[in-house]
Design a protein around this ligand. Structure first.
Ligand code: PXP
Length: 239
């Protein structure tokens, strides 16, 4: 059975829209855990557009499952991670103008910097995952530089405009999952997953953890956090 990491960034997005103190992503994280989330994921972006440093610090104190911090591979962010000590870090590429993370890391190209950051984070007792496209070269490069885990970017599968392309993207995910497991890394998956498209990815097997945000928070706005998390957890468990 796979684990569900609930990404609560968009609770902070609603708060930041008014620059006020509600809704609080820290409360959302607690409710997600009570509803069965196996972990909480947050992305502290360099522009602080949603999650704030205060959210990270409070969640470090209150999250009882696992706290996974998504962040850019920069010295500032590595410094914050080593100070706050989340259970895990997922390194992601970050562009100021993007609406959300657009593609995976180019691990081969960035290997020197990434290797250095991975070593520092691991020395600090933090498990490190790299967010990559479902590409065998990226999987192998992640293994070579010492990542504990890879998170396969499912965005192209989720956005595929027709069944044929969706099936071809799913095949790429399957191959990357298999390769990651064969190399002994933990394999995670995320980005763009919804209640309607997650099942085929769960069906592949081999994915240890799903990190899902927008779809869960969208449903939670209408039906409540507990029901939204419970319904996604059931799908990730293969129901
Ligand atoms: N995984 C990673 C690495 C991400 O950057 C994001 C978006 O913050 C997610 C998972 C969650 O994506 P979504 O909000 O589309 O479920």
């Amino acid at each position: 059975m796979a684990l569900l990491g609930v990404n609560v960034d968009h609770v902070a997005t609603i708060r930041q829209a008014r620059g006020t103190n509600e809704p609080d992503p820290v409360t959302a994280a607690a409710l997600a855990e009570l509803a069965g989330a196996d972990g909480i994921t947050i992305h502290l972006r360099e522009d602080r557009r949603h999650i704030q440093d205060r959210d990270l610090e409070l969640m470090r104190q209150t999250v009882k499952t696992r706290l996974n911090l998504e962040m850019a591979a920069t010295e500032e962010m590595v410094g914050i991670a080593l100070k706050v000590r989340p259970d895990a870090v997922t390194l992601v590429p970050e562009k100021r103008k993007e609406l959300t993370t657009e593609g995976g890391l180019n691990v081969s190209l960035l290997r020197q910097t990434l290797k250095k950051h991975i070593e520092l984070l691991k020395q600090g007792g933090i498990s490190v995952s790299l967010f990559i496209d479902p590409d065998l070269e990226q999987v192998k490069a992640s293994h070579r530089i010492g990542a504990d885990a890879i998170e396969i970017h499912t965005g192209a599968y989720c956005d595929a405009p027709c069944a044929e392309m969706r099936s071809s993207e799913l095949d790429k995910i399957a191959a990357a999952v298999k390769a990651g497991n064969k190399l002994g890394m933990m394999v995670h998956a995320g980005h763009g997953l919804t209640y309607f498209n997650v099942r085929p990815v769960v069906g592949l097997g081999g994915v240890r953890e799903f990190n899902i945000g927008h779809s869960i928070i969208s449903r939670a706005v209408l039906v409540g956090m507990e029901r939204a998390v419970r319904e996604m957890k059931a799908l990730v468990d293969g129901a």
